[in-house]
Design a protein around this ligand. Structure first.
Ligand SMILES: O=C[C@H](O)[C@H](O)[C@H](O)COP(=O)(O)O
Length: 232
């Protein structure tokens, strides 16, 4: 099976967890896109959900498919969020933000009773960190924020490059109007400690470490689809 078929398989399985009438957080990225396409087919056949999108791109796709959308202000508590991930560890801690949507994704997933991650097998790792960690930062004070991140990482015995994400003709801008620094620190020995250390830096808006948020992962490989639950 090619990569897209695996994403569709994971999305199909996750769709089985969505019940009629649910308030649903809807993720961003190429795997989430396959999920939205399948959800759209179900909605066209009379299935009801109220979706809260995690990005402008997801909102556009949902609206094209006739999926009813609300904001988190209108629907502040959600039953379930379904979203992709860049890395998944055995405790179901995640790295997200490869597509730049991590801030809204974390707000939406945190407002949900459950979060199901959909992915192909390549996203499952023993320890997070081979995928560069996206850190969403304020454009104001970028140099000072970068230095503060480097110092915080160094206190945790980590170092590496912090690359300002580019859109081709300038810095990549998130839906919230912020920049992204992609941190290549390598394997992260203590993701929770790094998460806390990043969260207290004033210019850091959010980062892509999702700790204790995901409840289930649906992972597709050539051998079939398996579901993972957090080991601790
Ligand atoms: O910002 C983007 C999101 O966190 C995505 O869910 C993540 O990057 C995975 O994307 P994909 O399904 O395209 O690999």
């Amino acid at each position: 099976m090619d990569a897209r078929q695996l994403k569709i398989k994971a999305a199909e399985t996750a769709l089985g967890y969505v019940e009629d009438g649910m308030r649903l957080g809807i993720g961003t990225g190429s795997t989430a896109r396959e999920f939205i396409a399948l959800l759209g087919e179900k909605v066209a056949n009379g299935f009801n959900v109220i979706g809260v999108p995690t990005s402008e791109a997801t909102a556009r796709q949902c609206l094209e498919l006739g999926i009813e959308l609300k904001s988190l202000d209108e629907s502040p508590e959600l039953d379930l969020t379904i979203d992709g991930a860049d890395e998944i560890d055995p405790a179901l801690n995640l790295i997200k933000g490869g597509g730049g949507a991590l801030l809204r994704e974390k707000i939406v997933a945190s407002a949900s009773k459950a979060m199901i991650v959909i992915a192909d097998e390549t996203k499952v790792v023993d320890q997070l960190g081979a995928f560069p960690l996206p850190i969403e930062v304020m454009p104001f004070g970028l140099g000072a924020t970068r230095l503060a991140i480097e110092k915080a990482a160094s206190r945790l015995n980590m170092s590496g490059s912090l690359d300002l994400r580019s859109s081709g003709d300038g810095p990549f801008m998130t839906d919230g109007g912020h920049y992204i620094l992609d941190a290549s620190f390598g394997r992260i020995p203590d993701a929770e400690a790094l998460s806390v250390a990043l969260n207290i830096i004033p210019g850091v808006v959010e980062h892509g470490l999702f700790i204790d948020i995901a409840t289930l992962a649906v992972v597709a490989s050539d051998g079939g689809v398996r579901t993972l639950k957090a080991t601790e």
